[in-house]
Design a protein around this ligand. Structure first.
Ligand SMILES: *[C@@H]1O[C@H](CO)[C@@H](O)[C@H](O)[C@H]1NC(C)=O
Ligand SMILES: *[C@@H]1O[C@H](CO)[C@@H](O)[C@H](O)[C@H]1NC(C)=O
Ligand SMILES: *[C@@H]1O[C@H](CO)[C@@H](O)[C@H](O)[C@H]1NC(C)=O
Ligand SMILES: *[C@@H]1O[C@H](CO)[C@@H](O)[C@H](O)[C@H]1NC(C)=O
Ligand SMILES: *[C@@H]1O[C@H](CO)[C@@H](O)[C@H](O)[C@H]1NC(C)=O
Ligand SMILES: *[C@@H]1O[C@H](CO)[C@@H](O)[C@H](O)[C@H]1NC(C)=O
Length: 254
């Protein structure tokens, strides 16, 4: 009898342990993940020059342990992972962040929102690895003193809905093939960069199916040639269009 009860008790314990096991593993994973995200953010901070203390809430100290409370960091309420990074000067006129963007960002596997606009990356190019942050739906790198070619790697960001690279010193090296892969785009601003080499610009933006807002002002756009109109599926969702300060005087507007 007692042996039977003891056996039952042991069985009962075993069942409980078996149920607990996956949760212990899950929470271990979660802790590892949190540490990884914290380290990644601190490495990201190290490659920046922060004269006005925008990132002063970020640190390895015990009282700063919760990375979700750091300025500009957003965590998912559901999963607890870092999903958002929005880092700007404290106010207009304060020193912008300078420096470079660390590839440590790639450790933030759940990042969907990245806004580094209004900082000063001092004429460095947009890093190609940004194209590997494939969960991104929002990317704003505008007015941040980027210079150089627009990396075609951005074409890997197939979930992107909002892309703003405006007001930098960027140029396109050739056609905009990469852009045609971003079929979820609703907002696109490439204004005040140099797209003079992209003769296919109209076909590409005209075939983005969900686009509602398009800014291509001051882009040195090459003229629209009648030939380029033949294989064009006009995006019917478009609501805002800005093409000012281009030399399209001899162009035929579709
Ligand atoms: C999480 O929830 C808070 C309060 O309900 C809300 O203010 C915040 O925007 C949410 N964060 C995200 C990333 O959705
Ligand atoms: C950005 O920083 C560089 C030096 O790194 C400086 O020459 C330039 O004026 C700065 N640009 C702005 C807009 O502050
Ligand atoms: C991203 O795009 C580049 C250039 O378009 C390509 O060479 C590379 O293989 C792509 N990487 C991934 C992970 O898809
Ligand atoms: C635009 O970029 C091309 C190189 O891609 C260059 O030859 C041209 O001079 C640039 N135009 C302007 C106005 O900067
Ligand atoms: C235009 O749309 C039609 C039907 O939706 C499609 O079959 C065709 O491939 C599209 N053409 C281009 C150039 O995207
Ligand atoms: C605009 O382009 C036309 C040729 O298409 C050229 O004759 C004219 O000089 C250009 N205007 C400016 C301001 O660059």
């Amino acid at each position: 009898m007692t042996v039977g009860i003891r056996l039952l008790q042991q069985l009962f314990l075993l069942v409980i342990l078996l149920q607990l096991e996956p949760r212990v593993a899950d929470s271990n994973n979660m802790i590892r993940c949190i540490d990884e995200e914290r380290e990644a953010l601190l490495t990201f901070k190290e490659s920046l020059v922060d004269e006005s203390g925008v990132l002063s809430s970020w640190g390895p100290e015990d009282e700063k342990r919760d990375r979700c409370k750091w300025a500009g960091v957003g965590c998912s309420n559901r999963t607890g992972h870092v999903i958002k990074l929005e880092i700007q000067p404290i106010d207009f006129g304060s020193f912008p962040l300078r420096g470079t963007i660390s590839p440590a960002l790639l450790q933030l596997h759940r990042l969907t929102y990245l806004d580094l606009s209004l900082n000063n990356f001092s004429g460095s190019p947009i890093p190609e690895f940004i194209g590997s942050l494939t969960k991104l739906s929002y990317l704003d790198l505008s007015f941040a003193e980027f210079e150089g070619p627009i990396p075609s790697h951005l074409g890997n960001l197939s979930a992107l809905q909002h892309l703003d690279l405006s007001l930098n010193h960027l140029f396109s090296v050739g056609n905009l093939d990469w852009l045609s892969h971003l079929s979820s785009l609703t907002y696109l601003d490439l204004g005040s960069n140099n797209l003079s080499r992209s003769t296919d610009w109209l076909q590409v933006v005209g075939n983005l199916p969900l686009l509602t807002t398009l800014y291509l002002y001051r882009c040195h756009l090459p003229p629209i040639v009648p030939l380029s109109l033949s294989n064009l599926n006009y995006s019917t969702s478009l609501q805002f269009l800005e093409l000012s300060e281009n030399n399209l005087t001899n162009s035929i507007y579709p």
